[in-house]
Design a protein around this ligand. Structure first.
Ligand SMILES: [Zn+2]
Ligand SMILES: [Zn+2]
Length: 138
């Protein structure tokens, strides 16, 4: 996970223009574990940046993903979610409350899933669905 300062310097190093809106989006994502949706980020930023658009959030997220600062998740078929943890890991989404939880992906799990194939894996998207512990008891 990166800090806001590290995120900004990573963008600067790669020659990306630093704008107030880009910094604000980075700041909103820094250290978050709740996998916020684009809509959520938009609502949170609208107060300070009344002119911010969805397009800005989408394109900035795309940029941050290219620079390996975030992952863009499609675990929910109705929206995209952002994850500031760029390290490979899977996700579990509760179909009742929408909560998204991290699932560790180990080297040996990837090997198991490959079933002996010789291919080289460069990224993994693992999505699981079901009921989270608190929805399960209801
Ligand atoms: Zn739940
Ligand atoms: Zn995650």
């Amino acid at each position: 996970m990166w800090t806001l300062d590290e995120g900004i310097s990573r963008l600067k190093e790669s020659g990306t223009k630093i704008t107030a809106q880009r910094i604000a989006i980075l700041k909103r994502l820094e250290g978050r574990k709740d996998h916020p949706s684009a809509e959520q980020i938009y609502q949170e930023l609208k107060r300070d940046f009344p002119t911010i658009s969805f397009a800005t959030i989408y394109s900035t997220a795309q940029l941050l993903a290219e620079k390996k600062l975030i992952q863009i998740l499609t675990v929910d078929d109705k929206r995209v979610n952002y994850d500031p943890d760029p390290e490979p890991h899977g996700h579990f989404r509760c179909t009742a409350c929408g909560h998204i939880e991290d699932i560790p992906i180990t080297e040996s799990l990837v090997e198991t899933l490959k079933m002996g194939q010789d291919s080289t894996v460069s990224s993994v998207q693992l999505y699981m669905y079901g009921l989270c512990p608190s929805c399960n008891v209801r």
